[in-house]
Design a protein around this ligand. Structure first.
Ligand SMILES: C[S@@+](CC[C@H](N)C(=O)[O-])C[C@H]1O[C@@H](n2cnc3c(N)ncnc32)[C@H](O)[C@@H]1O
Length: 259
């Protein structure tokens, strides 16, 4: 974890907490530009025969929307009032509640599946795993899901380099198989490739929606956003385009609660 070099453990903990709660300040931008999830990834993440799904750390409802579209009955739990407010505008009929992965405030054994998209790296894994095991029905399933940009594409790698400048925490965050207690069976993994089509100018907003940039002082954030604009104006694969495909792989990890 090279990005941890030079920071004390306390500093890192403080940074994590601030970063995890930063989304409150960027909710509308998040809703506007962050990617959704491909249906095949969502289907893989929820077990056959499931009806009730808890979308944990639901944010503005990017994954919640796909779960609802696929016919599941969804309860969304999200700690940020601003993110949850965006979700409620998008999906007024969804039961959206204030709560965290560690304390959902839901009853025991109430759902067949729990999804955690783009957020397992913000939770306390042992506490979250215990809480998820409590709310899952026997044999129910947890899925941790991430959209990862394909940095093998040159302009994507350059965009990524810009948005990570000065980010001491980012490289230390794990986007891989969650460590789960014995209560859960083996973790399975699948990858789904797809692309989000957006206007090149929105690459600036996509950068602005990231927790690292949300927390930067205005002048430092402006420097990074200007660098994104410069990339969009000059890179041969972006310059003058009306639309651009942002390539993603959706990494999904699932594990069953032992019956
Ligand atoms: C990157 S967003 C992902 C939102 C949504 N799942 C999506 O895929 O777009 C991360 C979300 O995790 C939430 N979050 C941070 N810490 C959390 C915790 N301990 N428990 C539950 N949610 C948390 C944030 O408020 C934020 O909405």
């Amino acid at each position: 974890m090279s990005t941890d070099e030079g920071s004390t453990p306390d500093r890192r903990t403080d940074d994590r907490a601030a970063r995890a709660s930063s989304f409150d300040a960027g909710a509308s931008v998040y809703r506007e530009v962050r990617p959704s999830y491909p249906d095949e990834a969502v289907r893989w993440s929820v077990p056959d025969g499931a009806r009730d799904v808890l979308d944990l750390a639901a944010g503005t409802g990017k994954l919640t929307e796909r779960l609802v579209a696929l016919g599941y009955t969804v309860v969304a739990v999200e700690p940020s009032d601003a993110m949850r407010a965006e979700l409620t505008v998008l999906l007024p009929s969804v039961d959206a509640r204030r709560g965290t992965a560690e304390h959902t405030d839901l009853p025991d054994s109430c759902v067949d599946a729990v999804t955690v998209a783009q957020a397992w790296h913000w939770v306390d894994p042992p506490a979250a795993a215990a809480e998820i095991a409590r709310v899952l029905r026997p044999g129910g399933q947890l899925a941790a899901i991430w959209n990862i940009r394909d940095d093998s594409v040159d302009w994507v790698a350059r965009w990524t380099e810009i948005v990570h400048r000065g980010d001491e925490l980012g490289g230390g965050l794990r986007y891989d198989a969650p460590d789960l207690p014995e209560l859960f069976g083996d973790v399975e993994h699948a990858t789904f490739h797809w692309a989000q089509t957006m206007r090149p100018a929105d690459l600036r907003l996509l950068a602005a929606s990231r927790s690292h940039l949300i927390l930067l002082p205005d002048d430092e954030r402006a420097v990074l956003l200007d660098a994104v604009d410069e990339l969009v104006a000059t890179h041969p694969d972006l310059r003058g385009r009306d639309l651009v495909d942002v390539p993603y792989r959706t990494e999904c990890y699932r594990a069953r609660l032992r019956a």
